[in-house]
Design a protein around this ligand. Sequence first.
Ligand code: NCD
Ligand code: ZN
Length: 351
Amino acid sequence: MPAMQITLTRPDDWHLHLRDGAALAAVAPYTAERFARAIIMPNLNPPVTTVADAEAYRQRIMQALPDHSDFNPLMTLYLTDRTRPAEITAAAEHPHVHAVKLYPAGATTHSDAGVTDINLAMPALEKMAELDIPLLVHGEVTRAEVDMFDREHVFIDEVLTPLLERLPRLRVVFEHITTAAAVEFVRDSDHRIGATITPQHLLYNRNALFSGGLRPHMFCLPVLKRERHRAALVEAATSGNPRFFLGTDSAPHPRHAKESACGCAGIFSAHCAIELYAEVFEHAGHLDRLEGFASHHGADFYGLPRNNDTLTLVRESWQPPATLPMGDETLVPLRADETVIWRIPREARVF
Ligand code: NCD
Ligand code: ZN
């Protein structure tokens, strides 16, 4: 009997880290063979803070892809305390810059140049509200005394709620949400807010960080939470609510940087991302709602056209390798040496 298949409007990834140089060339094809477009995170070192930086980075991404690739990188700027309103105006006029990312300083990988006090970024944020440029937020406070597992909830109360009261027209994407509190906030808000959800936060709870020993490859930020939060995320993603959409947060780090006394945050999932979301939707009994989450809601939120082509997934098990090349280094991908139950057809694969 032929394996079961599903065909979707080609999906997009609304939150992706591609890095630069040899790492970029190694990881970008995995996304390009699955997704038509991706929102590219600007947390390079140094960060992508100007439209000129974003355009140059976009060209490096295009050069890293095979000649025939029609993948479309959607660029973002990195908000700092000093981002000028004129840069926001330039972004609004640029065809390839689609959003601005807020990293609270110190929140995550390459966030040192991030915002130290949201009031300092207010001139840029006011211009974004005026010109309708979406603000993408890494929604965690960074104060040392706030418990690691409460940082998202505290961010909602201390930063996001006052920001939306001050700038009610600002369009916001609450990135990689991890808690029931964030689900409720996005679902019930009167503001123009959406949220991305990663495969790891849909599939794993915080026990995965400690199963049989410390698991650095399951460490990302925001960190995995309790089972009840995972369940709330699955409920939101599979509900059909257009405020929730796909964003992998695939974030490659070399193996040695994660298997370290101070391991980096970030999980690489680009090699099986849409496949893992299909698993989540199948287990929830809502495979019919995968297309909305993966291919429609994000484009609609960003005011971009939905894709015209399709992607087929086959219900067939396979095992991602133990490591993947990353320039001169290797990375350990999500589900390394374990089983993934959906796969993309052979002609679309890079391995
Ligand atoms: C991301 C990275 O490595 O760039 N890491 C992560 O754990 N998600 C940064 C981010 O999105 O926080
Ligand atoms: Zn990210």
